[in-house]
Design a binder for this molecule. Structure first.
Ligand SMILES: *Cc1c(COP(=O)(O)O)cnc(C)c1O
Length: 244
């Protein structure tokens, strides 16, 4: 019970932060989806968060995520959207395509092919009912900070075409992690670039309306820049073990 009280208090504080940031930015909190990133934390925590209105969770490690989602009560699972947000190896993608509702970290064509195959098989086996939602992860780093995950902007159009051509995938938008070592203004500028990139994608792919940006430390900058999805882990769940 103590854990549940801790979670609800932290969740309430994060929701207050989102509301304050929305107030400052002149946005409505309805425009934002809070994805609680539950990696390293047990299924019981997911149950508790779901009981307090969390409808979206994020996971970043395949094996842990699959087991955790499988351990949820069926009613909890039915009410949740499960986002895979971590680096994804091609050989794990088929499995992720079975239990995830969204994969936010698509950054290369081979991953698109594996996710498509995996989702097609899951649908045929009735393990999934519809297409998998996909976000393209964008590398916002420049110079020395580049190459920390995500496709470079010049690769995005081709990647978007590959997703759009895949029968069992739906392109929903873009995702990024802020480059390290930026101050708040720099982070805001990086997220603005992501929002612009998302806007360009949406011209060609109208369903690609999501912009996933902002974590525990920089969610205010993401709200100000125009993000639609926030991925918040430690501010809700507490600090994770040091290993990754
Ligand atoms: C862990 C993780 C988060 C959450 O990070 P916090 O700083 O704990 O909020 C968000 N996005 C991705 C891709 C992550 O791996």
């Amino acid at each position: 019970m103590a854990r549940e009280e801790e979670l609800t208090a932290r969740l309430a504080e994060v929701r207050r932060r989102v509301e304050r940031a929305c107030g400052t930015a002149g946005r409505s909190a309805d425009e934002l989806t809070l994805v609680a990133v539950t990696k390293f934390f047990p299924a019981d925590d997911v149950e508790a968060l779901a009981a307090h209105g969390v409808g979206d969770i994020g996971e970043s490690r395949d094996q842990e995520a699959g087991e955790k989602v499988g351990a949820l009560a069926p009613a909890t699972r039915a009410g949740l959207r499960v986002h895979f947000v971590g680096q994804l190896q091609t050989n794990k993608a088929k499995r992720v395509a079975r239990y995830a509702d969204v994969v936010q970290s698509v950054d290369r064509a081979r991953l698109v092919r594996s996710l498509e195959t995996g989702r097609a098989e899951a649908v045929a086996a009735r393990a999934a009912t519809g297409p998998l939602d996909v976000l393209l992860q964008v590398d916002l780093g420049e110079g020395e900070d580049a190459g920390r995950g995500g496709a470079v902007p010049g690769e995005l159009d081709a990647l978007a075409e590959a997703v759009a051509a895949a029968e069992h995938l739906t392109l929903r938008g873009v995702m990024a992690i802020a480059p390290p070592q930026l101050d708040e203004d720099g982070t805001f500028e990086a997220f603005r670039r992501l929002v612009e990139i998302g806007g360009r994608l949406r011209h060609i792919h109208p369903a690609a309306t999501w912009v996933s940006a902002g974590m525990s430390g920089d969610l205010e900058a993401a709200v100000a820049a125009g993000a639609t999805h926030l991925r918040v882990g430690s501010a809700i769940l507490g600090s994770r073990p040091a290993q990754r």
